[in-house]
Design a protein around this ligand. Structure first.
Ligand code: DP6
Length: 330
C-alpha cells in the first residue's frame, strides 16, 4: 500500500537526565538496564516535517537546510521503516528537520530529534498514537527520545520489553528548577553515547554496581521531588552522574568526556555550595556541564561562572513542553 498525504510537522525539546540512562539490556528494542528520570528543557527544540510521497524512490532527509550525512540519514530511514511497517505502507518519505540550537553549542540532541520524528512520521503515516505509544516508538530511535515526548519532569520506566518500556510525566509539585548549560566545548564528541554505553556494558567492572545503585537513586529522587527538596535533588543527581562517568573509567579501553574546563565548572558548583547556595551538576556524553539550581539563584551562579570560566557560553533553561504535533499546512 502507498500513501501520499499532506504530511505532518512536530516539535520536541531536549531533555537532561537527573537519573541517567546508560546501557541497554536489548539493543534492538532499546530496552535500558535502568529506569531514568529527566527534565525536558524549554530550549533547543527540533522541528521536523514528514511527508510520504509516491513520487519519491527513496527517503530524502534534510537537516538545517542541507542533506543529512549518510549515517545519520540511514538511522532516520531505519526508524521510518518501523513506522511504515506499523502503518502497512511502503512509501518513501521527505523529511525536513531543523534544530534550534544557539550558536552551534554542540548540543543538538537525538532526544528531541527522534521524539519530533516519531510524532511527525507516525501522524503523516496515518497512525493515531497516544503519548505512551509515541514514547515507545521514539525509544526505538534513541532511548532518551522516549522522555522528550513529555514536558517537565519525566520518568522512563525501563520495563522488560517493548510494551512496558515507556516514559511518563512525573508531578513536580512545588519544586522549581533551573538548569544552566555551560558550554565547555561545542565540538562533536569522539565517543558517541551509543558506542560509549555499549563499551561500558560489555567491559566495565564498575557497570553492574552502578546499575544496582540506580534503582535506589531513582526512589530517593522521587521522594526528593515530592518533598520539593532541591538540595537532595542536586545531591542525588550529581552522585548518579558521577557514578555513570566512573563506569567509563573502568571500560576497556577506558574513556572519559571530561575536559579541564568541565572540572573548573564542577569546582564553581562546590564553592557555591560551600557558600550556602543550593546547586548541583550533571554531565552527559560530552564535556559540557549542566548546573541545577533554583531559578532565584541563576544570577548568583552565572556571576560565579563569569569569574571562574570567563567566556564559556551558558544557556539558562527551565522546564519545557512535551511533543507538539500538527498537520503540515505548508
Ligand atoms: C548520557 O539516548 O543518546 O545522555 O539510546 O543509544 O540513542 P541511544 O542513546 P542516547 O543516550 C543518552 C545517554 C545520556 C544519559 C541520559 O540521557 O539519560
Amino acid at each position: 500500500m502507498s500513501r501520499t498525504g499532506r504530511g505532518a510537522v512536530a516539535t520536541a525539546h531536549s531533555n537532561i537526565a537527573l537519573i541517567k540512562y546508560w546501557g541497554k539490556r536489548d539493543a534492538r528494542l532499546a530496552i535500558p538496564s535502568t529506569s531514568s528520570l529527566s527534565l525536558t528543557l524549554d530550549v533547543f527544540p527540533t522541528t521536523t516535517r514528514v511527508a510520504f510521497d509516491d513520487a519519491l524512490e527513496t527517503d530524502t532527509v534534510q537537516l538545517d537546510g542541507a542533506p543529512m550525512p549518510p549515517r545519520a540519514a540511514a538511522r532516520v530511514s531505519d526508524f521510518l521503516d518501523l513506522v511504515r511497517e506499523r502503518a502497512g505502507i511502503t512509501t518513501a518519505a521527505r523529511v525536513v528537520t531543523e534544530n534550534a540550537v544557539p550558536t552551534g553549542a554542540g548540543l543538538a540532541s537525538s532526544a528531541s530529534g527522534f521524539a519530533a520524528l516519531a510524532g511527525a512520521a507516525s501522524t503523516a503515516a496515518g497512525l493515531d498514537l497516544d503519548t505512551r505509544e509515541l514514547s515507545r516508538l521514539a525509544r526505538r530511535g534513541s532511548g532518551s527520545a522516549s522522555r522528550s515526548v513529555f514536558g517537565g519532569l519525566v520518568q522512563w520506566n525501563a520495563g522488560t520489553g517493548d510494551a512496558d518500556s515507556y516514559a511518563e510525566p512525573v508531578p513536580s509539585g512545588d519544586l522549581s528548577l533551573a538548569m544552566i548549560v555551560v558550554v565547555v566545548n561545542a565540538a562533536e564528541k569522539a565517543v558517541s553515547s551509543r558506542d560509549g554505553m555499549r563499551r561500558t556494558v560489555e567491559t566495565s567492572p564498575f557497570y553492574e554496581p552502578w546499575v544496582s545503585r540506580s534503582a535506589d537513586d531513582l526512589a530517593q529522587m522521587r521522594r526528593a521531588i515530592a518533598d520539593a527538596d532541591l538540595a537532595s535533588v542536586c545531591e542525588i543527581a550529581e552522585s548518579n552522574a558521577m557514578g555513570m562517568h566512573g563506569t567509563m573509567l573502568g571500560a576497556r579501553p577506558p574513556f572519559s568526556y571530561w575536559e579541564p574546563a568541565s572540572l573548573a565548572v564542577m569546582g564553581v558548583v562546590r564553592a557555591l555550595r560551600d557558600r550556602g547556595v543550593v546547586c548541583g551538576f550533571t554531565m552527559d556524553a560530552g564535556p559540557n556541564v549542566k548546573i541545577i539550581c533554583s531559578p532565584s539563584d541563576v544570577a548568583t551562579v552565572t556571576a560565579a561562572l563569569d569569574d571562574a570560566v570567563p567566556g564559556a557560553e551558558r544557556i539558562v533553561a527551565g522546564p519545557g513542553p512535551g511533543l507538539l504535533i500538527r498537520e503540515d499546512a505548508s
